[in-house]
Write a protein that binds this ligand. Structure first.
Ligand SMILES: [Zn+2]
Ligand SMILES: [Zn+2]
Length: 260
């Protein structure tokens, strides 16, 4: 039993064969998936993400505006996403939100304002957050330290972790789980593995971020939830534990975190 803590199976890449993709995941022991909605909050993109979760057993959804689209976030967008949260029991998190200074599709100051605003909205709705950070780790940690303190914070997941060991430590201190994607299996990812070394097993999750970041041995092909097993097997070897132990542990971490 494994969980894909971060996938995008509502995306166009899966329009042709979504039923088979979900079936393959379940046949491979991936019984639970968290589908992360992305896109334009003024379109039907997020409605589709929630509809996919509603359609399949074991598929949950998260809604929130990606840093790429931060410039599109306004009162109307926030209302639309809040309504979606209230419309379905399957929506269990707010995200992915955060900072992406690598692509910088939205201005940096707008990304930071919208990141803070969405954390506050998630807290108001009593939802945990899913965070994306690329080339903005210091700024991300600073905002999280400021906005996520206090008892009532429901916690967060740093998805597709790509930071330093000290970033991982800082995040775990403020109640975050650390999720690794297929890129941890790549040959040149030594830096990423240095960070993985400090992550305790009870804070660990695995994800595909599919259709992107396909793990070895399928690198280059479209990624899908069934492949999360390869990342999990790699990490089990890395932590020198049985695969079953890591699978059970990451599943338990996810279930406890979301109270499922
Ligand atoms: Zn992301
Ligand atoms: Zn993602």
């Amino acid at each position: 039993m494994l969980i894909d803590s971060h996938c995008h199976i509502d995306g166009d890449a899966f329009d042709e064969d979504r039923d088979e993709v979900v079936k393959r995941a379940k046949d491979s022991g991936v019984g639970t998936m968290l589908n992360i909605g992305t896109g334009d909050p003024h379109s039907d993109d997020f409605r589709k993400a929630v509809a996919v979760a509603e359609k399949y057993d074991g598929v949950y959804a998260s809604v929130g505006v990606h840093p790429h689209d931060a410039k599109l976030y306004d009162d109307k967008a926030e209302q639309h996403l809040s309504d979606l949260v209230k419309s379905s029991e399957k929506v269990i998190a707010w995200g992915e939100i955060g900072l992406d200074f690598y692509y910088e599709h939205s201005p940096r100051d707008v990304q930071q304002q919208v990141f803070r605003r969405q954390i506050r909205k998630a807290r108001e709705l009593d939802l945990p957050i899913i965070v994306h950070s690329r080339d903005a780790d210091d700024e991300t940690v600073e905002i999280l330290k400021q906005e996520c303190s206090g008892e009532a914070f429901r916690g967060g997941i740093m998805h597709c972790f790509g930071g330093t060991p000290s970033m991982a430590e800082d995040l775990m201190k403020i109640g975050f789980l650390i999720s690794f994607a297929g890129n941890v299996t790549f040959k040149k990812a030594d830096q990423l593995r240095d960070a993985a070394r400090v992550v305790q097993l009870d804070r660990l999750l695995v994800e595909t971020d599919c259709p992107f970041l396909t793990p070895v041995p399928f690198r280059g092909k479209r990624n899908e939830p069934a492949y999360v097993e390869h990342t999990a097997r790699f990490l089990a070897e890395f932590y020198a534990v049985e695969f079953e132990t890591l699978a059970k542990r990451t599943t338990q971490n996810f279930m406890e975190f979301f109270g499922l």
